[in-house]
Write a protein that binds this ligand. Sequence first.
Ligand code: ATP
Ligand code: MG
Length: 197
Amino acid sequence: MIVVAAALKGGVGKTTTAVYLSALASNRRAATLIDADPQASAAEWVEYAEDERFQRLEVVEAPTDRLLTRAINRVPPGEIAIIDPPPGHERLLGKAVERASVVVVPTRIGGVETARADAVFEMVPDGIKAGLVICSARTYTRDYRDAVTGWSEARVPVYGTVPERVAIAAGPERALSEDGLDAYRKVWRRVLAAARS
Ligand SMILES: Nc1ncnc2c1ncn2[C@@H]1O[C@H](COP(=O)(O)OP(=O)(O)OP(=O)(O)O)[C@@H](O)[C@H]1O
Ligand SMILES: [Mg+2]
């Protein structure tokens, strides 16, 4: 099972989403985090974080098409891998998305963001499940409520909302945030359900 945190835009929450979902995926079994970003921020996060949730997580750095394809091919059957792609690299993202079981599209709230998320959904081949994760959300705002209503009317699945939290923004400097884990746990359940259906 291959899960991709897919966005073309930078700074929307791909790495945060990939790392939290990896922590949840590797809770009871082995899982792989494939870091396809040459910045390797996901790999560094897992390396520096002192969190037992990462004990069963294997991290593979695969910042080129060739390495990404190889990393995906090496995922043992029945095991979960989560891919963190770099921003702005449409070809690499395309490679990841076409091998995906489920595509998770991190987005922020805002006019342009909606169009950018749409562009990612268009890259997803027919038959592959995809849904949004609203990252760093200010859930008390009208913008948030309007965006959620808009996506619901457009029948875009929203797998979950992750609230804006200092403890999430701290990345590897702090332990994984409980609020973050709660929010991503809901996302993860949706991902598993989508993979099964
Ligand atoms: N729920 C959240 N609350 C607060 N800050 C958040 C949250 N989610 C992400 N962030 C912050 O937003 C910034 C961008 O997040 P992240 O690095 O995950 O995005 P990205 O899409 O991987 O970025 P890049 O394109 O640079 O790889 C980071 O500083 C991160 O800590
Ligand atoms: Mg990133």
